[in-house]
Design a protein around this ligand. Structure first.
Ligand SMILES: *Cc1c(COP(=O)(O)O)cnc(C)c1O
Length: 407
């Protein structure tokens, strides 16, 4: 199981353990299956890895939407430098932690006046996605008698290859088109707002270090160019993130060292020279939490249909949509899967693992080789720490919501 995500977790008498507790015991602790379990030690280790490899001048922000479980956000509050939120509820979760409000940024299209009021009152940084939003923020700040802290999210004039989700280069709902940013900056210089700087997010789930490096270089170039037209110094520069994690056996882990070197060159070269006042931020969701979590299900039925062995588990795509291939995969490939109580046992059979939903889409493992599993055994899906529960259609088929536990 080299390179298998299971290798990162501890064992207890041949059983997979999360946070040192075997998952069968965790199932009893949370009151049954299915459930999500996140490993606190792995979360801490992940931040430490990034701190070691990335230059110390670069600050780390956690994109809460990847996993908004309050305990996870609370734990990360003590480890990262800032939070990025994308809704009012995420903002409340972030502000319930010791993270100061001026280290919380609020991005995302379609922020309502009600959300903007909350953000202004809280004193978080609003990453403005359009000219209209900028006007509304200014007006609401005046109404509330509070000077809003703002940054401009830029829709760059380039896109990067190799990203699972590519943003920028053309028209999009995110950010202000880069060619329109100078005019907006002039307007904002005369408005009663605290203009801090820029934010560019160029894509997600990118496993190619070279393309992430290229994006970061181009974001810095673009920001320097726009800063020349800005009446104010840039004090905040959010370079986005998009660091991917391997989900299938075709994926290679991201080469973090290359990104670290590139970032060091940028912060100690052009950024220091042209944007000396900028607090430089990388914002990561998936890369911080994705590999730290598992989704645990129990076999409810084992059946053979015309020669094919099915394991039917008590979970499914309503909790972990991504593993079914219906969230961002063009071609369905299996996510890493294992039998929890025999985590290092040799595989002995090929089975199809399906969820309990009444739809053929609910496929969790297509012709996977596993040690034998019977009714009552626990099947674990890995890489479930990001975009799991909250990115799944929990209401579909009306089953109960699964537990989540941070161990
Ligand atoms: C979703 C999002 C992120 C996090 O993306 P990951 O791929 O999970 O790292 C970061 N920044 C913004 C603005 C986002 O919308």
């Amino acid at each position: 199981m080299t390179n298998h995500p299971a290798a990162a977790f501890a064992r207890d008498a041949g059983r997979l353990a999360v946070g040192g507790v075997p998952v069968d015991r965790l199932a009893d602790r949370v009151g049954g299956t299915p459930f999500f379990a996140y490993d606190r030690g792995l979360l801490t280790g992940r931040v430490q890895l990034l701190r070691t490899v990335l230059p110390s001048e670069v600050q780390l922000s956690y994109a809460v939407k990847a996993n908004p479980m309050p305990a996870v956000v609370q734990h990360l509050a003590g480890l990262v430098d800032s939070f990025d939120v994308a809704s009012a509820l995420e903002m409340r979760t972030a502000l319930d932690t010791p993270m100061p409000a001026d280290r919380v940024s609020f991005a995302g299209p379609g922020k309502t006046d009600a959300e903007l009021r909350q953000a202004i009152a809280a004193g978080v940084t609003i990453e403005m996605e359009s000219e209209n939003e900028a006007d509304r923020v200014t007006a609401l700040g005046r109404l509330l008698g509070i000077r809003p802290r703002v940054a401009v999210r830029i829709n760059p004039d380039f896109s990067v290859k190799g990203s699972g989700m590519r943003l920028g280069g053309g028209p999009q709902q995110f950010g202000v088109d880069s060619e329109r940013v100078p005019a907006l900056l002039k307007e904002l210089a005369n408005a009663d707002v605290e203009l801090l700087g820029f934010h560019v997010f160029a894509g997600s789930q990118n496993l190619r270090a070279d393309s992430i490096c290229e994006a970061q270089r181009r974001i810095v170039e673009l920001s320097i160019r726009l800063a020349e037209e800005s009446p104010l110094p840039v004090r905040y520069l959010n370079l986005g993130g998009g660091f991917g994690i391997p989900y299938t056996d075709r994926d290679q882990p991201l080469d973090l060292d290359t990104i670290g070197t590139n970032l060091a060159d940028l912060v100690r070269g052009p950024i220091r020279q042209a944007l000396p006042d900028a607090r430089v931020v990388i914002e990561l969701g998936r890369y911080l939490v994705g590999e730290c979590g598992v989704y645990v299900t129990r076999v409810v039925d084992r059946k053979i249909s015309r020669g094919r062995t099915y394991l039917v588990v008590d979970g499914g795509l309503h909790h972990q949509l991504a593993a079914s291939g219906n969230f961002g995969q063009a071609i369905r490939r299996n996510y890493p899967i294992a039998v929890a109580e025999r985590i290092d046992a040799e595989p002995t059979e090929t089975v199809t693992v399906v969820g309990c939903l009444c739809t053929p889409l609910d496929l969790l493992g297509d012709a996977v080789t596993l040690p034998r599993a019977d009714v009552g055994d626990l099947i674990v899906l890995f890489q479930a720490g990001a975009y799991g529960l909250t990115a799944s259609p929990t209401a579909f088929l009306s089953h109960p919501a699964p537990a989540e536990v941070l161990v």
